[in-house]
Write a protein that binds this ligand. Structure first.
Ligand code: INI
Length: 162
């Protein structure tokens, strides 16, 4: 039996972060959580690219562009959809989740979901570096673990003769 598990060593990784501007007071905290975590894990500053989009609905579109470039080992998406602010909550939150999941599947690059979906601003604050952690940090930890896991189970063809 063989067991594979990724690590939190980001020193060899190139990371993309897509962050939405809607609810920026929250999303800037998610971005900080993601960037601080990447640095803690050893990702070089010049290996971190941050891309801003208007809202959570647009996260997956930009994530696809980054995945398509082939320049990233993992992509973390962060955003905040707050129910009280829109009757479209379910559509925006649902499409954001679906789009991110489809991107991960279509491009074979880990794309993680650091999007807060909450009923109100207080709940969002609690998940953006408050009492319930930081979803941006969680998304970055998952991105790094998945990228390092991939390197174990699906390593590049280095040294293959041909
Ligand atoms: N986008 C968010 O990221 N969070 C929200 O809470 C939100 N609300 O409340 O509507 C929101 N809407 C904008 C949406 O993501 C798109 O940017 C917009 O519909 C244009 O496509």
């Amino acid at each position: 039996m063989r067991t594979f598990e990724g690590s939190l060593d980001g020193s060899e990784l190139r990371i993309g972060i897509v962050v939405s501007r809607f609810n920026e007071l929250i999303t800037e905290k998610l971005l900080s959580g993601a960037v601080d975590t990447a640095r803690e894990c050893g990702v070089a500053d010049e290996a971190i690219d941050v891309v801003w989009v208007p809202g959570a609905f647009e996260l997956a579109t930009a994530a696809r562009w980054l995945a398509d470039s082939g320049n990233y080992d993992a992509i973390a998406c962060v955003g905040a959809v707050i129910r009280g602010q829109t009757p479209h909550f379910d559509f925006v939150a649902g499409e954001a989740a679906r789009g991110v999941a489809e991107t991960a599947r279509d491009y074979d690059v880990p794309v993680t979901f650091g999007v807060i979906t909450s009923d109100n601003l207080e709940q969002a604050q609690a998940r953006a570096g408050g009492t319930v952690g930081n979803k941006g940090r969680e998304a970055m930890l998952a991105a790094i673990e998945m990228a390092t896991l991939r390197a174990l189970v699906d390593p590049p063809d280095e040294g293959a003769s041909g």
